[in-house]
Design a protein around this ligand. Structure first.
Ligand code: PRP
Ligand code: URA
Length: 210
C-alpha cells in the first residue's frame, strides 16, 4: 500500500483553474480531464508487460505490450470527469460504474448503481477507482468495499483534491490499496466540503445547481 501525492507544477496549474469559482463548465471539464491524464503516467508505471514478436521494416524482434487488463471505475457523478483523460492513454481499458451520493445532512454515502465488466475479478485486472474529491472518505471506502465484494484484487484509488482526514480514513479502511492524490488541502468545513477545495465537483462538471 502507498500514498502518492503529486504536487507537480503542470497539475498544480490546472488545479488552480478548477479551484477558481469563475471557471466555466467547459474549462472545468477540460482541466479535470487534463489532470487525470497527467496522473495516469505515474499510476500505471508498475503495470505488467509481456513480450510479443513483431517485425519492423528491418528485422524480427520481441518487444513489450501491456499485459494487465485495466478497468476504470468512476464514482458517479464526479468521477466521470476523470475517465476520458485516462482512456486517452489506455484505450483498451474497460469502464465500470459505481453510483453513490453523499446525504447532505449525514454525509453518509448511498449506493444507487453498480455495473462492472466480468474481468473485474481476474488476478490480471487492475481497477482504477476514480473520484476527484476525497473528503470524509465515506464514498471511496464504500466504493472499494463494493468492488472487493465482486472479487477485485488490485485496486488503485485516484483523486484530485483530498482532505488529510480523508486520506487517513481511506488508508485505515483499505490498507491494501494504492492511493494517488493530485494535492492535499487544509481541512473539511462543517458541511463536509474541502477547504479551500473547489466546491461541489459534480455540479461544476455538469453545470447543475440543485
Ligand atoms: C462528491 C464527490 C465524492 C464525494 C466525496 O460526490 O464526487 O463522491 O462527494 O465526499 P466523501 O469523501 O465525504 O464521501 P456527491 O456525493 O456530491 O455526489 P455527486 O458526484 O453525484 O454530486
Ligand atoms: N464533494 C465535493 O464535491 N466537494 C467537496 O469539497 C467535498 C465533497
Amino acid at each position: 500500500m502507498s500514498v502518492f501525492i503529486f504536487n507537480h507544477p503542470l497539475i498544480n496549474d490546472k488545479l488552480t483553474i478548477i479551484r477558481n469559482k469563475n471557471t466555466n463548465t467547459k474549462d472545468f471539464w477540460e482541466s479535470v480531464k487534463g489532470i487525470s491524464r497527467l496522473m495516469t503516467y505515474e499510476v500505471t508505471k508498475d503495470l505488467k508487460t509481456k513480450e510479443i514478436e513483431i517485425e519492423t521494416p528491418i528485422c524480427k524482434t520481441k518487444k513489450p505490450v501491456l499485459d494487465n487488463k485495466v478497468e476504470i471505475i468512476p464514482i458517479l457523478r464526479a468521477g466521470l470527469g476523470m475517465v476520458d483523460g485516462i482512456r486517452e492513454l489506455i484505450p483498451s481499458a474497460s469502464v465500470g460504474f459505481i453510483g453513490l451520493y453523499r446525504d447532505e445532512q449525514t454525509l453518509l454515502p448511498h449506493e444507487y448503481y453498480a455495473k462492472f465488466s466480468k474481468n473485474i475479478c481476474d488476478d490480471n485486472t487492475v481497477e482504477l477507482v476514480v473520484d476527484p474529491m476525497l473528503a470524509t472518505a465515506g464514498s471511496a471506502i464504500s466504493a472499494i468495499e463494493m468492488i472487493k465484494k465482486r472479487g477485485a484484487k488490485n485496486i488503485k484509488f485516484l483523486c484530485l483534491v483530498a482532505a488529510p482526514i480523508g486520506i487517513e480514513k481511506l488508508k485505515k479502511a483499505h490498507p491494501d490499496i494504492d492511493i494517488y492524490v493530485a494535492t492535499v488541502d487544509e481541512k473539511l468545513n462543517e458541511k463536509g466540503y474541502i477547504v479551500p477545495g473547489l466546491g461541489d465537483c459534480g455540479d461544476r462538471l455538469f453545470g447543475t445547481i440543485y
